[in-house]
Write a protein that binds this ligand. Structure first.
Ligand code: RTP
Ligand code: MG
Length: 144
């Protein structure tokens, strides 16, 4: 490997389905067991404005409205996670977007339910690139 990236920070959200089902501790356990560090942690019910900014990349997509409705339906646990290659590493822990096809051993594969709802409910969000991570962390934790 060339020029290994330094420690990274990523924004993880335990979504309302995960909080409602009592899975915050299980998600944090997996993050800590992997060796990542928790830098910030807050339980919060997000409003539509925050979520529209958070999901700006999905503007115009048909699932955006149901996604914002779902994500504002109850509290989320917002977590800043730090570690070597933590952005890609957490996406790997989370598994594929669709709970039905997410691999066993991943958070979504083990824990997410496919309810056949309007939008995919899949327990966690994780930033998908260094640029997204910086933008999302600034949005959810402006004081960091
Ligand atoms: P995330 O952003 O939550 O970490 O998930 P992701 O990168 O795997 O998925 P993304 O494409 O960014 O989509 C964001 C979230 O929107 C919901 N979604 N529902 N067709 C659908 O019903 C649909 N498509 C996307 C999921 O909750 C997904 O995680
Ligand atoms: Mg995404």
């Amino acid at each position: 490997m060339t020029d290994a990236p330094a420690r990274q920070r990523t924004l993880v959200l335990v979504k309302p389905d995960g909080v409602a089902r009592g899975l915050v501790g299980e998600v944090l356990r997996r993050i800590e067991a992997k060796g990542y560090t928790l830098v910030a942690l807050e339980l919060r019910t997000a409003d539509a404005d925050l979520l529209a900014e958070h999901y700006a990349e999905h503007a115009g997509k048909p699932f955006l409205g149901p996604l914002i409705e779902f994500m504002s339906s109850g509290p989320v646990a917002a977590v800043v996670v730090e570690g070597h290659r933590a952005i890609e590493g957490f996406r790997s822990l989370a598994g594929a977007t669709d709970p039905t096809t997410a691999a066993p051993g991943t958070i979504r594969g083990d824990l997410a339910r496919d309810w056949g709802r309007k939008v995919i409910e899949n327990i966690v969000h994780g930033s998908d690139s260094p640029e997204s991570a910086a933008r999302e962390i600034a949005l959810w934790f402006p004081s960091l």
